[in-house]
Design a protein around this ligand. Structure first.
Ligand code: GLU
Ligand code: MG
Length: 442
């Protein structure tokens, strides 16, 4: 007997990316969209404090208070799965007070304030692209499949369905590649400006997850999947543009092409980097990834073409026809997908801004591993080993003036409380059990 089609109705989700980097939200019938675009949906402040594992730990707000998730109409995502299944639809939201004014503890709002200050004080904006590494459970793992062409066959048609889904949502795919580990892949997209770059990172993770679910599998962005393995990094490529959209990081006459503006901005980030890790490498297991010789980052150095530097000065290919200034960019390597993309871009902007304000001279570029230098040499160059656990990073975070001033005490303290409770939540877990827990969360 032929099966009759089941009636479906479109559901739209309204989402925020919270302190644990998870995207959570509430849904409504698509017919309500015009009204919801205006009025948003209610949210308890403590929702932001839900930890990566879905539990509410300590919260400064308890069960009290009320906020609004106000959708940004430009952030619409729609992933279609053909005739047989309803599409997935969501919007990303700002978090506001009941009168629509920004809530001071909203991560997207914090980034927006930093971008505004960069624009107002220096007439600059940031262009960025987040590169994501992840594990795809649908790929057959074979021994020695690092970067292998066969690893693309082993993922069946996942990448080929992911690319149009990204493109349909305004994210232009750049590359898709097999990474080093079994089932490990990387997807990159073209850069975007300011807030959109962070929106794109949030969307890209969720679209990747949605497409993986469509195939009956899971995309996992957890920082590390097994002890001693190479991790899943999030590398942020960025450069600065002036008010006319002209790139300002490149100066053909300067050492290695780094303009004075870029020097100040980069030095601002590097000198604050131990504190920044609390927001960019914010899980307990992030520090298993940030180990020596793991192709991640262990020092606050600017490395020339170095894939283990805190920030890598990226190469410019002579084969490009375009102006070298167009492709000149830096790559922040100490981030992972346990981090909220608004907070990752936020720390780069706020710390870079301080560098611009102070005109801090850039440290020497490294062309060797700072771990091989003598302690005296490292000291003379301002190089420090990055924190080796989350609680150390949080100590630096708690001491950071720029983060305190930019976030404000309420936001700063809430984030600290959130992360400290994540640490205590995992206290009795073995290292292996933690890795498993994070893999199921991200
Ligand atoms: N998987 C490495 C990381 O954890 C990065 C490898 C690469 O350079 O692409 O950051
Ligand atoms: Mg990679």
């Amino acid at each position: 007997m032929p099966r009759t089609a089941v009636e479906t109705e479109d559901l739209v989700m309204l989402c925020i990316c919270d302190y644990s980097g998870q995207v959570r939200g509430k849904g409504f019938p698509a017919s309500e969209l015009p009204a919801r675009l205006k009025s948003g949906m209610g949210l308890a402040p403590t929702n932001l404090m839900i930890n990566a594992f879905g539990e509410i730990g300590d919260s400064p707000w308890g069960p009290r208070g009320e906020l609004i998730m106000l959708p940004d109409p430009t952030t619409k995502v729609r992933v279609d799965f053909g005739e047989s299944r309803p599409s997935e639809q969501f919007f990303l939201a700002d978090i506001t007070e009941l009168d629509g004014t920004p809530w001071t503890c909203c991560p997207r709002g914090w980034l927006a304030r930093g971008l505004q200050a960069l624009w107002d004080e220096f007439g600059l904006t940031i262009k960025a692209a987040f590169e994501h590494e992840f594990h795809y459970s649908g790929a057959e793992a074979r021994l020695g499949d690092s970067y292998l062409l066969d690893a693309i066959r082993l993922q069946d048609s996942f990448a080929q369905t992911l690319m149009p889904a990204l493109r349909a949502n305004g994210i232009e795919p750049d590359t898709f590649l097999p990474e080093y580990g079994p089932q490990q892949y990387e997807v990159t997209c073209k850069p975007s400006l300011g807030l959109t770059a962070a929106d794109d990172a949030v969307k890209l993770r969720e679209i990747t997850r949605a497409v993986a679910r469509y195939h009956g599998h899971k995309a996992t962005f957890s920082p590390i999947m097994a002890q001693g393995a190479i991790g899943n990094g999030v590398h942020v490529h960025f450069c600065l543009l002036d008010q006319d959209g002209t790139p300002v990081c490149f100066d053909a006459c300067a050492t290695l092409g780094i303009s004075a503006t870029a020097e100040y901005f980069i030095e601002g980030i590097l000198s604050e980097m131990p504190a920044l890790l609390a927001l960019t490498a914010p899980s307990v297991i992030s520090y298993e990834r940030l180990q020596p010789n793991q192709w991640s980052a262990t020092y606050n150095n600017l490395g020339n073409l170095d894939r283990e530097a805190g920030i890598r000065l990226c190469p410019i290919s002579k084969l490009h026809d375009s102006d070298p200034a167009e492709n000149f960019n830096f790559e922040y390597r100490a981030a992972d997908a346990a981090a909220n993309p608004y907070m990752v871009l936020g720390v780069l902007v706020w710390a870079g801004l301080r560098g611009l304000r102070e005109e801090a001279p850039l440290r020497k570029l490294t062309d060797t591993d700072p771990g091989d230098m003598s302690a005296a040499e490292r000291k003379s160059q301002g190089l420090v080993r990055l924190p080796q656990c989350l609680s150390d990073a949080l100590e630096f975070f708690a001491e950071s003036t720029i983060l305190e001033q930019s976030m404000g005490a309420e936001f700063r303290d809430a984030y600290l409380m959130h992360k400290r409770s994540e640490i205590s939540f995992l206290e009795d877990y073995t290292s292996e059990a933690r890795i498993t827990r994070y893999a199921s969360a991200y």
